[in-house]
Design a binder for this molecule. Structure first.
Ligand code: NAG
Length: 323
């Protein structure tokens, strides 16, 4: 009997370790991708609003979503032309999707006054909203910690955190008033919201802040089982988020000494697929990144002491030279 239990436990941990060392998402998400609700049935007939839909993860996500039957998609970002391009490409991916099933709704996230009218436009067009996927974000500065001016910290918190919190509050009020209907708030955070990435402030702290806001909200909503909160934490994904980032000295990040090698970067399409599966299964949090990011994140989360010791050594090889 004891041997059987020991065998089962050992088998369980071997499988977990296998997934951990091989999968591009966390174990729980991986299991749901394989055996959980499929994206097609969960999103059928739903109205899904995606901010930051003009490129990167947002674009990858809507291009997966358009394959779902009768789904209605709202594309938001600042740049109307880019949204029109994404819309056209979406309708090219699924030729039987109706042209009026994809709405282009451009607005600037930091223009707080535009949030309520934007929601009203969604409701007026599709009659309801089921899922908001908040993905709008900028990278901001990529610099030595002491070099960044405080104005850039404030500006990035405004865009990455406060604008998103404001829009989610408005949508949450709408969900709460829509009695009997399911509502889902999904927020694209980052692996950078799970451990302190060097040179990546204030981006890293904005993502920590998002986790704090939405973990609190999730716990506040525990009694209200019809409204869900999902935190999505991707690692590096192919996108142009770094294009406009500056270093502390005003140099373009892309050409700077901080620039990351493009190896081990996830495609936007794969990231979008994992995000949709996490939402379809109402997961509370989902991590996605190619190796070797996730084993480190497990360590950082479950063995913080050990992680601190390892990163003390590792960071010596990763950080650029002191001036
Ligand atoms: C495309 O859209 C139509 C209409 O919503 C839907 O019936 C179909 O399943 C979709 N999927 C693909 C892969 O074309």
């Amino acid at each position: 009997m004891l041997e059987l239990i020991a065998g089962l436990v050992l088998g369980f941990w071997t499988i977990c370790l296998g997934i951990l060392l091989w999968a591009d998402c966390d174990i729980w998400t991986f299991m749901h991708l394989k055996f959980g609700n499929d994206i097609a049935s969960r999103f059928e007939g739903k109205v899904v609003w995606v901010t930051g839909a003009s490129s990167g993860i947002g674009e990858g996500l809507v291009k997966e979503l358009v394959k779902v039957k009768n789904v209605k998609i709202v594309l938001s970002a600042r740049r109307k032309e880019e949204l029109e391009r994404v819309r056209k490409e979406c309708l090219g991916i699924n030729k039987s999707a109706r042209p009026d099933s994809v709405l282009v709704l451009p607005f600037d996230m930091v223009d707080y006054d535009s949030h309520t009218p934007a929601l009203e436009k969604v409701i007026k067009t599709f009659g309801k909203l089921n899922v908001l996927i908040s993905n709008a974000a900028a990278m901001g500065q990529y610099a030595f910690w002491e070099e960044a001016p405080i104005s850039s910290d404030k500006a990035l918190f405004d865009l990455n955190v406060f604008s998103l919190v404001n829009l989610n509050r408005i949508v949450l009020n709408y969900f709460k008033n829509e009695r009997g209907r399911q509502g889902h708030l999904a927020v694209v955070s980052s692996l950078a919201g799970k451990f302190g990435v060097p040179y990546l402030t204030p981006y890293t702290p904005t993502k920590y802040a998002l986790n704090g806001y939405f973990e609190s909200l999730r716990n506040e909503l525990r009694k209200m089982e019809r409204i869900h909160v999902t935190l999505l934490c991707p690692g590096p994904v192919v996108s142009n988020i770094g294009d406009n980032a500056m270093t502390g000295t005003g140099e373009k990040f892309k050409n700077s000494k901080f620039s990351i090698k493009p190896s081990n970067i996830m495609t936007a399409a794969r990231c979008g697929e994992i995000c949709l599966a996490a939402i379809a299964n109402k997961l509370e949090e989902s991590w996605m990144a190619p190796l070797p990011n996730l084993p480190f994140l497990y360590l950082a989360t479950y063995q913080p002491f050990l992680f601190a010791k390892i990163s003390a050594i590792l960071m010596k090889y990763l950080v650029v030279e002191e001036k």
